[in-house]
Design a binder for this molecule. Structure first.
Ligand SMILES: Nc1ncnc2c1ncn2[C@@H]1O[C@H](COP(=O)(O)OP(=O)(O)OP(=O)(O)O)[C@@H](O)[C@H]1O
Length: 570
């Protein structure tokens, strides 16, 4: 409840009117239903006993029956519309909020989660929360008010029957669901965990489908998937069995209640303490209350899963990643970053999980300078670019651009000034145009073709149908080198003053790579460019070249970058 309230509370407080209306409509439906049965019981019995006597007034009760049934239909409809509006809007709010917090994660923090598990949290877990409002809060609210009111009414007619009704309602709507929720708590947790595991396995299997095939391990993947499926089925069975048992006990309680009321009513009637029509009316009305109880049992059986789901969403939204971003955003988000200026790294230290990668690293890149950073694999070149982009937090040290500390600049402004081609830049499903316009929505077709020419991709795009050619999911209609060039073209389109290019020519043949590097000066114009590469650069491409080793940058001898065999750098 507490966890659910932490997630849903802000929205409900803000939309308390519609939430209250949904509860009131549910109450109104129950009142209409119970009233209908009470009046019908009273009316039919009264009419039967009166026989053909003209003394019995048929008109008032039959008008009441018609009125109550119309009221019930209208109220039920409005209750469904309103209740689902609350639930679905609430889900949408939690989902978009969770996604926004997820978007604020640093890549290293995101790496702690499996893709499928994140999907399960955003979809399965959030969907699961709907149970709470529809199957717990609403029926309990109506059970307390309608049950209390009707027990009082019964108590006025037959005090002992009133107390018995109240006691049975407390057991059936309170104690029993509570015990059921406790009993299914572990299984509910297991349902959510197994669901997430299934999604994660399915996601990984689709991603790695070719490798699974060629290594001949599809059977092993299948077995893993089957085990997860079985685990989910077992957990669901436990919840369903406990739920059915709870419902059975609830039905037995209800049956006992009816017998008790029948017996008490018959006695009262025999002693002429209660008229037969009132007795039958009250009896049927009590049975009308049973309608509230079955959703409570369903809700109680799913409460463990709701709690597990709420915890899994909370884990995500309350993680240090989300908080770090919030604090950094709140600290000084408004510093103005000049359009041009030198990029200066001083004493920069970065560690990945206590493993130092960059150690007191210094770098000064003047505006318009082009530099290359090379070095053996795993020395921290990508980490350095990520630190400049403020994606990787520094352990210590400072990074300034035009004299402004980058950690005081809000992300959108920073990314207007700096563009990154990462090693894993993606191609999005859509057209070539759609993929390019991400970097500059105002770019004309002429400009799009210009950057495609610059990355030596124009002729291929022409062949496949031009800017409106479909890229497929993850660019699966393109080769690896073409995907890389499309991503590179996207960065070239950006109006940023600094380009950070991580392996821009990976996957390209040497002739194309050399041609691209040679053209870089003309393409980059007066931009600052930092290239991380293992490639041998043609002469004059960069002003300076550094080797990253031991966590620091070392200036390479003149032309060393152009001469060193590539194998030595890997
Ligand atoms: N998210 C992470 N969590 C833990 N360690 C990481 C993480 N990312 C990188 N590392 C480690 O940090 C070190 C530097 O990684 P980085 O990717 O910056 O190297 P690189 O020089 O760019 O390598 P390559 O040339 O192969 O791309 C490596 O030892 C790597 O294992």
């Amino acid at each position: 409840m507490k966890l659910w309230w932490q997630l849903a509370g802000p929205w409900i407080k803000q939309h308390w009117r519609i939430s209250l209306l949904a509860l009131c409509l549910a109450l109104s439906t129950v009142f209409a239903g119970v009233g209908l049965l009470t009046v019908s019981g009273w009316f039919l019995t009264g009419a039967f006993l009166a026989g053909s006597s003209l003394a019995f007034n048929l008109f008032v009760p039959s008008a009441l029956v018609r009125g109550l049934s119309m009221w019930r239909i209208a109220s039920r409809y409005a209750e469904r519309v309103c209740g689902h509006m609350v639930t679905l809007d609430l889900q949408a709010e939690i989902r978009t909020g969770s996604f926004a917090r997820l978007a604020a994660f640093k890549p290293a923090q995101l790496a702690h989660y499996r893709d499928g598990d994140l999907l399960a949290r955003l979809i399965n877990d959030i969907e699961r929360l709907d149970t709470f409002f529809l199957l717990i809060i609403t029926p309990i609210f109506t059970a307390i008010i309608a049950g209390g009111f009707f027990s009082l009414l019964m108590g006025v007619a037959l005090p002992l029957a009133g107390w018995i009704l109240l006691l049975v309602l407390c057991l059936a709507a309170g104690v029993l669901p509570y015990l059921l929720a406790r009993k299914t708590a572990v299984a509910g947790l297991e349902v959510q965990a197994a669901n997430a595991e299934l999604r994660a396995l399915a996601h990984e299997a689709i991603d790695a489908h070719t490798d699974l095939l060629v290594f001949g391990v599809t059977l092993a993947a299948q077995e893993q998937f089957d085990r997860a499926g079985l685990r989910l089925a077992k957990a669901q069975q436990k919840v369903a069995q406990a739920g059915s048992f709870g419902t059975l006990i609830q039905q037995l309680l209800m049956g006992t209640l009816v017998l008790a009321l029948l017996w008490l009513g018959a006695n009262a009637q025999a002693q002429q303490e209660l008229s037969a029509p009132v007795w039958v009316g009250l009896l049927l009305g009590s049975m009308g209350l049973f309608e509230i109880l079955s959703p409570i049992m369903r809700g109680a059986a799913g409460l463990g899963a709701v709690e597990a789901a709420a915890r899994r969403i909370q884990d995500l939204t309350a993680s240090p990643a989300a908080n770090t971003q919030a604090k950094a955003g709140q600290a000084q988000p408004t510093a103005i970053l000049p359009a041009t200026g030198p990029l200066h790294l001083q004493d920069v230290c970065v560690a990945h999980e206590n493993q130092t990668v960059l150690s007191q690293l210094d770098l000064y890149v003047d505006h318009g300078q082009r530099i290359a950073i090379r070095g053996p694999s795993g020395t921290g070149k990508t980490t350095l670019l990520m630190a400049i982009m403020q994606v990787q937090p520094l352990t210590s040290g400072t990074i300034t651009y035009g004299g402004v500390h980058l950690n005081t600049v809000n992300s959108p402004l920073l990314y207007q000034r700096m563009a990154l081609l990462s090693q894993h830049s993606p191609v999005f499903m859509g057209t070539i145009r759609h993929n390019l316009l991400l970097a500059d929505p105002q770019a004309t077709d002429e400009r799009l073709w210009e950057v495609l020419h610059q990355v030596h991709l124009a002729s291929h795009i022409e062949q496949i149908g031009g800017l409106d050619a479909w890229t497929g999911e993850g660019g699966n209609t393109l080769s690896t080198g073409q995907i890389r060039r499309l991503c590179l073209a996207r960065v070239l389109l950006s109006r940023a003053s600094v380009w950070l290019l991580d392996e821009p020519t990976a996957g390209l043949d040497k002739t194309t790579a050399d041609a691209w590097f040679t053209n870089l000066q003309q393409v980059a114009k007066d931009r600052t460019v930092i290239i991380v590469t293992h490639a041998n650069l043609p002469k004059g491409v960069v002003d300076e070249s550094f080797i990253l080793a031991g966590g620091r940058l070392h200036l390479e001898r003149h032309n060393e970058a152009e001469e060193k065999p590539q194998e030595e750098l890997i």
